[in-house]
Design a protein around this ligand. Structure first.
Ligand code: CDP
Ligand code: CDP
Length: 217
């Protein structure tokens, strides 16, 4: 059987991974894997089941038995629609605190790989090119200045009617970057052979076109 091609897009928070990944998938007619959502769903399940975040095995058990279903309009956790719940800042922060747990990461591996299907998959996250799809056809490391990223996140929140403070977002982002980069398991790093794209001064469309032309050549 033919193996589905994969494009991986890894990078720090708010570099534009999710936005760019879905536009590329749309252009190619492929499916997407938002791996951050899986970590956020695990965090939400940990909160719902009142599991202590430091109990590595209990957290991995939650990940192993995660009852989620992705559909066109969103995602459900144990039958409950949670698309906006998982986007809350405290859920993202807990996801980032849980993410260094190796047993948790191992438990989520097969679940992420199962998203690979024909005609192709665009996967975004932190370790898509390094760990989850090391044989990807194209690997992108999407970066942007921390200030550009904080401003993007700020605008995103304000547009959704959520109040936000730029200083707090910036501090939070630096903290999350540090945790993602410094962890010993699946740290945020460009995969071997990855193309690094700095989107600080690129529009979304320029970023998408750059990646599509890399794939087509
Ligand atoms: O980008 P942001 O931090 O807002 O959130 P996300 O991409 O939805 O991911 C939430 C957290 O999950 C990140 O801060 C990472 O620590 C973690 N994560 C990970 O460790 N590996 C992935 N492949 C994706 C996300
Ligand atoms: O998935 P990730 O956390 O990397 O970022 P995102 O949620 O896709 O993008 C963060 C915000 O930056 C979104 O509101 C995008 O519209 C915006 N943005 C971008 O992604 N790329 C640019 N070149 C400019 C803005």
């Amino acid at each position: 059987a033919q193996i589905a091609p994969v494009i991986t897009i890894d990078g720090p928070t708010a570099s534009g991974k999710g936005t760019v990944a879905s536009l590329i998938a749309q252009a190619l007619g492929w499916s997407t894997l938002d791996s951050g959502a899986i970590y956020r769903l695990t965090a939400l399940a940990v909160l719902n089941h009142q599991v202590p975040p430091d109990d590595a095995l209990a957290v991995a058990q939650i990940a192993e038995h995660l009852d989620v279903s992705f559909h066109v309009n969103g995602v459900t956790l144990e039958g409950q629609e949670v698309s906006s719940l998982i986007r809350q800042e405290h859920v993202g922060n807990l996801a980032s605190r849980l993410a260094p747990n190796p047993a948790l990461r191992a438990a989520l591996l097969a679940r992420q790989r199962a998203f690979r299907r024909l005609p192709g998959l665009v996967a975004d996250g932190r370790d898509m090119g390094t760990i989850v799809f090391p044989d990807a056809d194209l690997k992108i490391f999407l970066v942007a200045d921390v200030l550009a990223r904080a401003e993007r996140r700020y605008k995103q929140l304000i547009d959704k009617g959520i109040s936000a403070n730029l200083e707090d977002l910036l501090a939070d982002m630096r903290e999350r970057d540090r945790r993602d980069i410094d962890r010993s398991v699946a740290p945020l790093v460009a995969a071997q052979g990855a193309h690094t794209i700095d989107s600080s001064k690129l529009t979304i469309d320029q970023t998408v076109q750059t990646i599509l032309s890399l794939y087509r050549t």
